[in-house]
Design a protein around this ligand. Structure first.
Ligand SMILES: [Zn+2]
Length: 92
């Protein structure tokens, strides 16, 4: 993975930049991988790409930090809430 950490690409006239194949393959990203783009909070010259795993089955939020839960996914916030409810005995 370390040899794929940096590549230089030009943005085209439409604002498109291709992700080098060796990088997308190393990350397991394919044609239909959903990505979120964000400008870094620390450096406005940096754009971060994050794979969006899925939507939370409970709150429908998208997150790169989703975990599998039953037949869907659960976000860290709902997981914490669920743990709290289970400990309090409000739900079985
Ligand atoms: Zn959630």
């Amino acid at each position: 993975m370390a040899k794929h950490r940096s590549r230089v690409r030009y943005m085209d006239e439409f604002g498109c930049v291709a992700i080098p194949k060796e990088m997308s393959e190393a990350l397991g990203w394919d044609t239909y991988t959903r990505l979120r783009m964000a400008i870094s909070e620390h450096n406005e010259d940096v754009i971060v790409l994050m794979k969006i795993s899925s939507r939370c089955s409970l709150c429908l939020v998208e997150s790169a930090f989703m975990e599998r839960f039953e037949k869907g996914h659960i976000c860290p916030v709902c997981k914490a809430k669920l743990k709290k409810y289970v400990k309090s005995g409000d739900v079985a």
